[in-house]
Ligand binder design. Structure first.
Ligand SMILES: [Zn+2]
Length: 81
């Protein structure tokens, strides 16, 4: 059972429950409602920027940096391979 996240509204749900999906840049994104899919397709970059940011701050939280804003700065300086 795979849990996915709607990049538009941030809702987390089981992939089988998705109301829609779309392929963008080689990645499949799932949506809780057709309206979320429509919103995403009209401005994918806008929602992916937020989506990827969230993923990165989750990563940083594991290292216990704390605040998201500071993490973004740290990510720029941190060595990343
Ligand atoms: Zn949604």
């Amino acid at each position: 059972m795979l849990v996915v996240k709607d990049p538009v509204c941030g809702m987390v749900f089981v992939k089988e429950d998705a109301a829609g999906q779309t392929l963008y840049n080689g990645e499949t994104y799932y949506f809780c409602a057709p309206s979320c899919k429509k919103t995403f397709v009209s401005e994918p970059e806008k929602y992916l920027a937020t989506f990827n940011n969230k993923d990165r701050s989750k990563e940083s939280n594991e290292i216990n940096f704390g605040e998201n804003e500071r993490n973004e700065k740290d990510n720029g300086l941190r060595e990343h391979d």
